[in-house]
Design a binder for this molecule. Structure first.
Ligand code: AVJ
Length: 346
């Protein structure tokens, strides 16, 4: 994707306002930084011990499609469990807030869940403004299509990291009515505890007292079950993991040989997280010209590409309450081990 079309995407989709020119300049800077950040984060992450890459870079076009496919695997139950909870209890979830005029989804995926919840809103004649925030153009396009087709709904897409998207959405939010923020799919699992707290505080700052946050989180379950979800017998998760190397090769002139790396999922019980790694099978030197870096690997050395923290119903509540939310209600699929919790901004 050429850089100028990144800017055009975002500008075209931000709220029309008098500040469009200033917004354009700011966005150009922010997106230039975001673009350069991939090279920087790759160079920095591969210089760490253990080597690390941020999971947000999984989601190029192919990565987003691989993730969608993972969500259909029998061993990966997060998406279906959450969808079932929303389908069964969506009406109660949205009824817990006063009239909702704004819904903001952080990491929108396919838009299916958003569409489901919007369908649960009472008085469907009141216009609802939907903000979709995602770094994946594919996810935004899918989501905007699903949500934009609904009556009385207007969609604003923000192709941006969470923090930037939240700032844009908050700046252009409607004055009247309540806002419901959605952070679903256990996306919170990618954050370590300190990051999760910082993120939740950021969401809280974007909201006003009485606004809601609907948070989906995967629960701790037996290790073999967790490992099957992150190392599936069809090899989709392995492909999803290795795709980040494909992306580095393509976008940053990397020279990873995919055959040198194996996918591995580990359950770290002490930290309550599933870790995904790419394990190097032999000693290799990998130049990445576009990042101005060379990564040297020993046999068995890994790149730690993702953490998926697993929660308990109580640990979810504790964390959000610590960040300035009151809990309204919690819905749990005990069989799949998944919880959706509604918090209210204090
Ligand atoms: C999208 C971050 C929730 O951690 O379960 C799926 C991503 N990684 N399989 C997760 C993922 C491997 C997923 N999240």
């Amino acid at each position: 994707m050429p850089f100028h079309s990144l800017i055009a995407d975002t500008v075209a989709s931000t709220d029309d306002g008098q500040d469009a020119r200033r917004a354009h300049a700011e966005l150009a800077l922010e997106l230039a930084a975001a673009r350069g950040a991939f090279a920087d984060e790759v160079a920095r992450g591969l210089a760490l011990h253990p080597k690390r890459l941020p999971p947000k870079y999984f989601y190029d076009t192919l990565g987003s499609r691989l993730f969608e496919a993972i969500c259909a695997l029998p061993w990966y139950r997060i998406t279906r469990a959450e969808r079932d909870l929303l389908a069964r209890h969506g009406t109660a979830m949205v009824a817990a807030l006063p009239q909702i005029t704004t819904v903001i989804e952080l990491g929108c995926g396919s838009g299916e869940k958003m569409a489901l919840l919007l369908g649960c809103l009472p008085r469907r004649t009141v216009p609802v403004r939907v903000h979709l925030i995602d770094i994946s153009a594919t996810a935004l396009a899918l989501s905007a299509r699903a949500v934009g087709a609904l009556p009385h709904v207007s969609v604003v897409t923000h192709r941006a990291p969470y923090e930037i998207g939240m700032r844009q959405a908050a700046a252009s939010r409607l004055r009247h009515g309540a806002t419901l923020a959605l952070f679903l799919g256990s996306n919170i699992g990618n954050f370590d505890p300190a990051e999760a707290e910082g993120f939740l505080r950021g969401v809280r700052r974007m909201l006003r007292p009485g606004d809601g946050l609907l948070l989906g989180a995967d629960l701790v379950k037996p290790a073999p079950v967790l490992l099957h979800a992150y190392d599936d017998p069809l090899g989709l998760t392995a492909a999803f993991n290795k795709n980040v190397l494909v992306r580095i090769n393509r976008e940053l002139g990397g020279s990873f040989d995919l055959d040198d790396f194996d996918h591995e999922a580990r359950w770290n019980a002490a930290e309550s997280r599933v870790e995904m790694h790419l394990v190097c099978r032999r000693a290799v030197r990998v130049p990445i010209t576009g990042a101005g870096a060379t990564a040297d690997f020993d046999v068995g050395e890994t790149i730690w590409t993702e953490s998926s923290y697993k929660y308990t119903p109580a640990s979810i509540r504790a964390q959000a309450e610590h960040a300035g939310f009151d809990r309204a209600e919690q819905w749990i699929d005990t069989e799949a081990g998944f919880a959706v919790t509604l918090f209210r901004a204090r």
